[in-house]
Structures are given as structure tokens and as C-alpha cells.
Write a protein that binds this ligand. Structure first.
Ligand SMILES: Cc1ncc(COP(=O)(O)O)c(C=O)c1O
Length: 370
């Protein structure tokens, strides 16, 4: 009974694309990792806290098949993106940053700040099929310096072919930045299968790790080329050297860190990363697909907006009930189904803590309110 491991739901909670439900152990994990070392009132506070953050990096490495040293903790994805932009030296011939109009706006806002460095933004129009490599072939042109590829786009629930796009970018000497915010914890990810230069993500959604524990993965081949501008003593090769005239970048991804880090979010997140890793993302995904198939089976033609094909389907279903949209969604809300809405429709994300019985209630409600 996997749902017993998570806090009890009020109704049917289908918002894992937004905020995953916490594990029941989240409070005690926070007590042990964050409060106890602090409340102990001795000099070993930071060694405990930094060990928690190392655990976080290690758990990310295990889940995503990479080395802990390639990960740098971040507070948000957008700030990680901003740090990437200001760490690279722009070239006058290759100065376009490419992204899709369906990518997440917060990441776009961070990328748009690059204009002061001489970059220009270019957007792949919404509506083009980003699973068609011919589209990428056309847009990954010689003047592109950096491409953002979002593994799962949050408005349309589409999963993109990251391996193929990052390989195409690498062949053309275009730096690639992959946003895995909506994928980590629900789609199995093996970083070794990609040719990415940077990967950003967070733990608040499918990982149930709460807000504030974001991260940046940097390809080790890129490190020497990256000179982040937004730094602090934890970006130093030896943070405890304290020589005011001698800043040297950390040799690993921690050069992207900054000043005194937050700790609490990483305690919560590393416990949930460990939980998800032990359970297996494959298992979560199989359960998600089974529940999604049940929901899809109850829909009428054209109501499913997100893809039906398994290779381009994400963990989230986007549904629009056409003329009956308001009447059905009001009914669902009034009966305690928790979901949200974007311009294309409602978003439903069944997780391991959702049961088949809950989905049967949902599909019955849909049927009865037609
Ligand atoms: C694809 C994607 N990227 C990024 C974010 C969040 O970015 P940030 O951590 O900057 O808030 C979200 C949040 O919903 C998202 O869906």
C-alpha cells in the first residue's frame, strides 16, 4: 500500500505536476537533518548540514546515473539558468538562444536577461511537433549558441526526445540546456544517454521533495569553460581558505553555488529522492500509465489534448471537455478532485499515491456529469 507512505489526501489529489504530496516522514527527516544539529548548540552544525547537502547530490547522482560532483544545489531553476547564461562567453557569430514557445515562462524570463550580453532570443512557434526531428534540424541553425529543451512541457504534457535533440545540438557545437522539472521522478532518466551540457530541475513535483531544492547538473567537459559571475564563498575551490585576494572557482559543479546555502529543503528532498530511487521510477511510471489509460478510456474523441502515444506522453494528461468543459470540471471540483487548469485544459497527474479506486471515482464523475 504505497499510498500509506504519503500524507493522507483530502479527496483525489492529482497535482503532482505542481507540488507532490509529502512523505509522512518529511517532518522527522527535517528534524533530524536540520533542527537537531542546530538545536545541539555546538560547533559541528555546518559539518552536519553540509553532509545533508552532499547526501542530496549523491541521491541525485544515483537517480540520474551521474556523479555527485556534477551537481550543484540551487534554490530555483530560473536562478540556475541565469547563472549558466552569465558563466559563458558569448560569440558574435553564434549569439541566438533557442527555445520553444511552449517552454516554462519563468525559464524564458531568466534567458531573456541575456540580451545585455549580446544574445538574441528565438522561439520555436507553439503548435509545431517537437517530436519531429525535422523541426529541430531546421531550428538548430549555425547562429544558435544555446538551446533550451524541456523534457516535459507543462502546458501540453508533451515529452520531447532529449537524447536525439541534445545529440543534434552537440554535432553542431550548440550548447544544450535541458529542463527536467516535469520529468524527474516520473520518467526514467539516464544522463549518460544524453549529450547535454547543462541540466536543471527541482524536487517539488513528482519527487515530493518540497520547494527550494533545485539543482544544476554541469557536463564535466564544460566546467573549465564556465566562469559563473554570481558567486560566493561556497563557489570557491576551498570555501574555508578566506584569502580575500584569491578567489578560485571550485573544480566541480559547485562553482555555480554562491554564498551561505539554505539547508532545510535539501534535507527533505534527499529523503524523498532516496525513497523514489528505492521504489524505482519505472514502477511509478508503470502505475501512472495504467491510471492514465483508465482516464483516457473514459474520454470522448478530441477531449485528450496531451499525446496518447507512450513515447511522447508524459505523466500528465491535459484534457478539455469542449462544450461541456465547465459543467464537468465544476462537478469534479465540487466532489474533491484536485487539479489545475491551463489555457489548453485541465491537468491531471496520477502518481504512485493514487489508487485505481480513486480513478474509478473520477471516471464515474466524468460519465455522470456529461
Ligand atoms: C518545465 C518547468 N520548468 C521550470 C519550472 C519552475 O521553475 P522555477 O524553479 O524557476 O520556479 C516549472 C514549474 O512549474 C516547470 O514546469
Amino acid at each position: 500500500m504505497m499510498e500509506d507512505k504519503f500524507v493522507d489526501q483530502q479527496g483525489v489529489y492529482l497535482l503532482s505536476h505542481s507540488v507532490g504530496l509529502p512523505l509522512k516522514t518529511a517532518r522527522s527527516v527535517g528534524d533530524a537533518g536540520f533542527w537537531e544539529p542546530w538545536l545541539a548548540g555546538n560547533e559541528s552544525i555546518w559539518s552536519h548540514w553540509l553532509a545533508e547537502i552532499e547526501r542530496f547530490r549523491g541521491q541525485l547522482g544515483t537517480l540520474l546515473n551521474s556523479d555527485a560532483s556534477h551537481f550543484c544545489p540551487q534554490t530555483t531553476i530560473s536562478s540556475a539558468v541565469n547563472k549558466i547564461i552569465f558563466s559563458l562567453t558569448p560569440s558574435t557569430h553564434k549569439n541566438v538562444i533557442l527555445m520553444s514557445e511552449e517552454d516554462f515562462p519563468s525559464v524564458a524570463y531568466a534567458l531573456q536577461q541575456s540580451h545585455g550580453l549580446g544574445y538574441q532570443m528565438r522561439y520555436i512557434p507553439a503548435g509545431l511537433n517537437l517530436n519531429d526531428l525535422a523541426v529541430w534540424d531546421e531550428y538548430l541553425s549555425d547562429d544558435v549558441a544555446l538551446v533550451l529543451v524541456t523534457q516535459v512541457q507543462s502546458n501540453n504534457g508533451v515529452q520531447l526526445p532529449i537524447g536525439a535533440v541534445t545529440a543534434m545540438a552537440a554535432e553542431r557545437s550548440i550548447r544544450s540546456l535541458v529542463d527536467i522539472a516535469q520529468a524527474i521522478g516520473i520518467l526514467p532518466i539516464d544522463i549518460q544517454q544524453w549529450s547535454a551540457d547543462f541540466i536543471v530541475g527541482s524536487c517539488v513535483k513528482w519527487l515530493s521533495g518540497g520547494p527550494g531544492a533545485a539543482f544544476l547538473w554541469v557536463n564535466p567537459d564544460m566546467l573549465e569553460l564556465c566562469q559563473p559571475q554570481n558567486v560566493g564563498w561556497f563557489s570557491h575551490e576551498d570555501p574555508f581558505e578566506f584569502d580575500i585576494h584569491n578567489f578560485r572557482y571550485a573544480k566541480d559543479a559547485l562553482r555555480f553555488w554562491g554564498g551561505t546555502p539554505s539547508v532545510y529543503p535539501f534535507c527533505i528532498a534527499s529523503a524523498s529522492l532516496e525513497f523514489v530511487g528505492n521504489l524505482g521510477v519505472d514502477k511509478i511510471r508503470q502505475h501512472n500509465l495504467k491510471l492514465c489509460d483508465k482516464i483516457i478510456g473514459s474520454l470522448e474523441k478530441d477531449e485528450l489534448i496531451s499525446p496518447v502515444e507512450s513515447n511522447s506522453r508524459s505523466g500528465t494528461l491535459i484534457i478539455h471537455f469542449g462544450a461541456k468543459h465547465d459543467q464537468i470540471t465544476e462537478k469534479l471540483r465540487s466532489q474533491g478532485v484536485h487539479f489545475d487548469s491551463r489555457s489548453k485544459g485541465i491537468r491531471l497527474s496520477p502518481h504512485i499515491y493514487n489508487t485505481e479506486a480513486q480513478i474509478d471515482v473520477l471516471t464515474q464523475l466524468i460519465d455522470n456529469s456529461r
